[in-house]
Write a protein that binds this ligand. Structure first.
Ligand SMILES: C[S@@+](CC[C@H](N)C(=O)[O-])C[C@H]1O[C@@H](n2cnc3c(N)ncnc32)[C@H](O)[C@@H]1O
Ligand code: SF4
Ligand code: SF4
Length: 375
């Protein structure tokens, strides 16, 4: 497993766009997300699987929570993806906290040996920094912060231990001492929206490479922490513009413009996806700890499954009828349950803008199922 050279990467990029235009991918996904653990060491109020607000029917079982992705399943899947071509990056995350899986540091090293960029999506509390940085490859940390004072952080995380906030600050100080800038993730709900501007100040104090703001997508009881219409107006007309001003002054990149698009004072939905289009079927896949292969981060959109042991043929799934059927659905402008809260909204916005500029409005409209004759 060796790193692809620049010419190969350029060819992949061309093939990717050709596949998008043709409606069928020519190479494998660019990014694959691996779930490493279902359990978590904290209980964020917005969390789809661990929130204390979940209705009883949606509280996961203890058996489900114990499941983790085994190192050999990770290696077999990666090997197959590398053979398919096109893979540039992996994401290590989970329905829970990836750092609870003891194999995480071996997985980082294996991916780095293959020349891949590794992103870990984590609450950061358990990070062994020396081991994470040992292999010396490209590493990004997408660190969930979600509140920048002790009481707000603890309210958001419903954290079982009183030293949670102090642990987070210790980790952030450690990264600062290394000169490493993580990306801060701020999931915004009713408990922390008033801190939007302070989140930018925090990203200067604990230097961040950028801040990603996510409007919490809520369901199954977690609507209890939804923003009120007044909070949404406060965000749109006061907090977002001020936060943008400070981020600009400090030189910290953010996605506040795309975040503003998601804040709709009249509805719970977070993504006007039908106006943007979905391109994930050519770029991305997610593998759960159970070996389910998902079309995107939406657990309701399943593209297939991996064998529990032995070699993996990822290409057979990626090129197979089931995955293609899902691509065809979103390309015709139809969507799935949950797409109105698309977790890949900002990536879709980026690709949508890029394709619109490259192809012109009529061809772009055809790609997202809104052209002439579209349903
Ligand atoms: C489910 S977590 C798993 C990884 C890790 N435990 C963490 O929190 O970073 C994946 C990402 O979803 C974010 N998140 C949690 N609840 C969310 C919600 N309701 N809407 C959008 N993002 C959410 C987290 O902040 C995190 O960035
Ligand atoms: S840290 Fe991540 S997985 Fe854990 S409760 Fe929070 S959002 Fe959910
Ligand atoms: S949630 Fe829907 S729109 Fe978003 S990436 Fe998945 S399939 Fe596409």
């Amino acid at each position: 497993m060796s790193a692809p050279d620049e010419a190969t990467r350029r060819a992949w990029r061309r093939d990717r766009v050709k596949g998008l235009l043709a409606g069928q991918p020519r190479i494998g996904p660019q990014t694959v997300h691996f779930d490493l653990a279902n359990a978590c060491n904290t209980r964020c109020t917005t969390c789809w699987d661990h929130s204390p607000h979940l209705v009883a029917a949606r509280v996961p079982s203890a058996l489900w929570k114990r499941k983790q992705l085994a190192l050999d399943r990770f290696e077999a899947t990666l090997e197959s993806l590398l053979a398919l071509g096109g893979l540039e990056a992996i994401i290590l995350s989970g329905m829970g906290e990836p750092l609870l899986n003891p194999a995480v540091y071996d997985m980082i090293a294996i991916a780095h040996r293959a020349g891949l960029e590794v992103t870990i999506i984590t609450n950061l509390l358990l990070l062994d920094q020396a081991r994470a940085f040992a292999s010396g490859g490209r590493l990004e940390l997408l660190t969930s912060i979600c509140g920048v004072t002790e009481p707000v952080w603890h309210a958001f995380h419903a954290h079982p231990r009183p030293d949670g906030w102090a642990t987070l600050l210790r980790q952030l100080q450690g990264l600062r001492e290394r000169g490493f800038r993580p990306k801060h993730v701020q999931v915004i709900n009713a408990q922390n929206a008033h801190q939007l501007v302070d989140m930018v100040h925090f990203a200067r104090e604990y230097p961040a490479a950028r801040i990603n703001f996510k409007l919490a997508s809520l369901a199954n009881g977690t609507e209890a922490v939804a923003l009120t219409p007044d909070q949404k107006e406060g965000l749109l007309y006061d907090l977002i513009p001020r936060a943008m001003g400070f981020a600009h002054a400090y030189g910290i990149p953010t996605d506040l413009d795309a975040f503003a698009l998601q804040v709709d004072p009249t509805s719970h939905r977070t993504a006007p996806i039908e106006e943007i289009g979905c391109f994930m079927g050519y770029l991305y896949a997610r593998v759960t700890v159970e070996g389910d292969v998902l079309f995107c981060c939406n657990p309701k959109v399943r593209a297939g499954g991996l064998p529990a042991e032995g070699p993996v043929d990822f290409g057979a799934l990626w090129r197979g009828a089931s995955w293609q059927g899902l691509r065809d659905i979103v390309r015709s402008g139809r969507y799935f349950p949950g797409c109105d809260q698309c977790g890949k909204f900002k990536q879709n916005v980026k690709w949508s803008q890029r394709l619109k500029e490259q192809l012109g409005e009529p061809a772009w409209r055809a790609l997202i199922g809104r052209g002439e004759g579209a349903p």
